[in-house]
Design a protein around this ligand. Structure first.
Ligand SMILES: [Zn+2]
Length: 170
């Protein structure tokens, strides 16, 4: 938790004692603010039935996109229908080979739910199959350069302990 957040929390605790409500004063405008902070617990349950092959691919160390067989648009993350021409005739396409890192950023101010991670880099790789992939980068963050050659790798993310895809410099 940041110092600032800690201070706001203390002020709110103090106000609850004195005023009966967690009212704090906005430092910029001097107006009253109602303050509360609680941990957010988010549960994800998303149907992946129609893109199950993507997860089967991760088990084999492969990253799959889908391609519309009617108009050729490639989707990543994979989609089971084409939002461009509305076809549901899709084929699987492995994102193999060498791509290019087109941009990246190092995250040192993390969202609270990622606060247990050391600083990490997120980037976008342009893959030869004609699709851009946004992913965490598995590399020393000081060695990163825009334009460098990269590939996709499949590796477990810790401490969550599940397989996911990463951008990895060649
Ligand atoms: Zn299409």
């Amino acid at each position: 938790m940041s110092d600032e957040t800690e201070k706001l929390k203390e002020a709110a605790e103090e106000a609850k004692k004195n005023l009966g409500s967690p009212l704090i004063t906005d430092q910029k405008t001097s107006s009253s603010l109602w303050f509360d902070q609680r941990e957010l617990n988010v549960r994800y349950m998303i149907s992946v039935e129609r893109i199950k092959k993507f997860y089967d691919g991760l088990l084999e160390g492969k990253v799959f996109a889908t391609r519309c067989t009617k108009c050729g648009v490639v989707y990543f993350p994979p989609q089971s229908y084409c939002s461009s021409c509305r076809s549901d005739s899709m084929e699987w396409l492995e994102l193999a080979g060498t791509g290019e890192l087109i941009t990246y950023t190092v995250i040192n101010v993390k969202p609270q739910s990622f606060s247990h991670y050391p600083d990490y880099a997120v980037g976008i790789a342009k893959m030869p199959q004609g699709v851009n992939v946004l992913a965490w980068i598995d590399s020393d963050i000081k060695s990163l350069k825009v334009g460098m050659k990269v590939k996709l790798e499949v590796k477990k993310r810790e401490p969550e302990n599940y397989l996911t895809y990463w951008i990895k410099p060649e």
